[in-house]
Design a protein around this ligand. Structure first.
Ligand code: C6P
Length: 412
């Protein structure tokens, strides 16, 4: 298990008073806070060896290149990728998923081909496929959910056909916390000849990931949700796809040779990293991966399961609180969406903020899922390695007060 007191000491931002109360940061699914080790890595890069990479005739350039490529190797080990060449640095999950749609998708899809996804996807794992389907006259098919908010695997089997070319699924929902059975999804997708694209934005920060065991074709995640800086993300791709796929953006670094009217491509991963990359933040992500690896992802997961179990039990004591997603903490991440009586989720968020508690409220970029749940918005508390039971208690107490406050306003 994690030593939260020691971990909290590494996060300068957590030690502050917001609106007169000690900050309780429960908006980790939106973005996590950053440990001193990551912040100092960025300062160190800019203070000691800021230089462009892969251009190398000087010492600073060599140091920057070594650190940038070193970060790639760390990320590869973190998800047990077969090698660093399968790790493409992108801006975020959104860019990683779009990269697959614009390259593999455009090169392979034919009219009438099918893309299978689910009704709980973040817009990042939905809109790129909508754009691709429109362009290629492909068909989108959607897997539904069980009553407890898990992926309906019987429906999944029904949606797969010999025309399925792409299966694009989240590994963990940012609204329901649902963890999907990715290895089984991949197995069934491959059996019909489809490739698999896994949105791991809410999984990579919280669960151990082994892309070779999952056997997925592509997997994307964002650095900023896993202690790293904003502006850096990762797309893992199976080597044979990366070798055959056309490039995404054209420009410097991604070429082998250029003539006036033609060009040939660099090897993966650089083929997909046109222009000066986000050097500092990639190195910062490397530091974040070091931090998480030192904690151990099994321990990160165990902490979150325990805290989520505690929170689900405590929240169930709040009258008129509706909680969405699987009730079993083993089958979900530490993302808890809820609505309190008929109080708008934004009002809940504002009241909690007045007590120094940061949560998120809204549609969470999952409008189709909101429609499925029959709500316009939810409030959402999401945990990470530094959150404690005391913070959950503060959340619960603040929700009870919010209910009383609104009850008395409505009653007046
Ligand atoms: N979800 C949330 O508060 P980016 O913005 O590219 O780093 O990540 C996009 C994304 C993709 N998939 C899932 C499952 C996600 O949760 C997110 C980001 C944030 O829920 C911001 S909307």
């Amino acid at each position: 298990m994690l030593d939260t007191a020691r971990i909290r000491a590494d996060f300068p931002i957590l030690h502050q008073v917001v609106n007169g109360r000690p900050l309780v940061y429960l908006d980790n699914a939106a973005t996590s806070q950053k440990p001193r080790a990551v912040i100092e890595t960025l300062v160190d890069y800019y203070s000691r060896y800021n230089a462009n990479v892969h251009r190398g005739v000087h010492t600073l350039g060599d140091r920057a290149t070594e650190a940038y490529e070193g970060a790639r190797a760390k990320v590869a080990r973190f998800i047990n990728a077969p090698g660093p060449e399968t790790i493409i640095f992108v801006r975020n999950t959104t860019e990683g998923l779009n990269l697959v749609a614009y390259t593999w998708g455009r090169a392979h899809l034919r009219p009438g081909d099918e893309i299978v996804t689910t009704i709980m996807e973040h817009h990042s794992n939905l809109v790129p496929w909508q754009i691709l389907a429109r362009e290629k006259e492909a068909v989108l098919r959607f897997v539904g959910l069980t009553p407890t908010g898990e992926l309906d695997m019987e429906d999944f089997a029904r949606q797969l056909t010999p025309r399925t070319r792409i299966v694009a699924v989240t590994m963990a929902s940012n609204v329901l916390g649902t963890i999907t059975p990715v290895a089984e999804i991949v197995r069934q997708a491959h059996a019909v000849g489809a490739i698999t694209v896994i949105d791991a934005a809410q999984a990579a920060p919280h669960l151990p990931i082994d892309v070779q065991a999952l056997d997925c074709d592509f997997l994307a995640f964002s650095g900023h949700k896993m202690l790293g800086p904003t502006g850096i993300g990762v797309l893992y791709g199976r080597r044979e796809h990366l070798e055959r796929m056309p490039p995404f953006l054209g420009g410097g670094s991604m070429i082998r040779d250029v003539q006036l009217t033609t060009a040939t491509w660099n090897d993966p991963p650089w083929k997909f990293e046109a222009g000066t990359p986000n050097i500092a933040d990639a190195i910062g992500l490397g530091a974040a991966v070091d931090y998480l690896s030192a904690l151990g992802m099994e321990n990160v997961r165990a902490h979150e399961v325990a805290l989520t179990a505690y929170a689900l039990a405590a929240l169930s004591q709040v009258e008129d609180l509706v909680i969405y997603g699987p009730p079993d903490p083993q089958r979900r991440t530490g993302v808890i969406s809820f609505n309190l009586a008929d109080i708008h989720a934004h009002d809940v968020g504002t009241i909690l903020d007045q007590e120094g508690i940061a949560i998120r409220a809204g549609h969470h970029c999952c409008k189709p899922l909101m429609r499925h749940l029959g709500v316009a918005a939810t409030a959402r508390a999401s945990f990470y390695i530094y959150n404690t039971r005391e913070e959950v208690d503060r959340l619960v107490a603040a929700l009870i007060r919010a209910k009383e406050l609104f009850g008395s306003v409505v009653g007046r």
